[in-house]
Design a protein around this ligand. Sequence first.
Ligand code: 9D3
Length: 248
Amino acid sequence: MRFDVVTLFPELFSSFLTVGIARRAFESGQVDVKFSNPRDFATDNYRRVDDRPYGGGPGMVMLAQPLEMAVAHIRVSRNDAAPVVLFSPIGKRLDEAEVQRWSGSTGAILVCGRYEGIDQRFIDSHVDEQISLGDFVLSGGEIPAMALLDAIARLQPGVLSDSESHRMDSFNPNLDGLLDCPHYTRPEEWAGKVVPGVLLSGHHEHIERWRRDQRLQLTALHRPDLIEAARNAGLLTSIDEALLRQSG
Ligand code: 9D3
């Protein structure tokens, strides 16, 4: 799987690609990430990649030409019809279902915008889809590109530890769509607060029941929409429903 990232700031990605869990997928080439800088395709003496917006207004707009040339150069070196993805606040919000779709693909050309935006003619001519991280304002598409690549890398075989992968298989949060339960580690007492007794009991059935109940209560409190979705997908048992009625 290969992702070509079009960015004015490839250096933002260097520690991301070489540190942490996802690094394994990048260093093994399972998720091959290449960079292309529109600045290298700027044609004028000043290597301009932006200019003032027609019609006036604040900020600068990325030129279509260097972006098109970057994409054309990428197309020569990869012999497939990889889709061009633009990270943009007007895009479809990224979720785990989309990440799963990408993790089974052969990759894409990821375009990161900067400044006020990108000349619309580049978008109309070359962009196949737009992805957003949500309704808040970032300075550009690089962090969203890293978010997508990180989420994809985690799903590659051998990237998560055996126990993490097993947890994904058996308790995949997306299988029932509930939020995670609280976690505790040593010491048993910290800042006058103790670990819930059930977690020290060694009674695995009680622990699992407690965790399921915590997940249900937390989800009902913070994300009632996810309870409704799990219910509609037939993922809540009658025991789950009883637990929700008890403390809900
Ligand atoms: C504050 C300026 N905005 C309207 C007046 C327009 C705007 C332009 C460029 C807002 C954000 C950006 C840069 N953002 C991204 O490139 C971006 C983004 C984001 O800001 N939020 C969530 N997801 C994404 S994906 C790409």
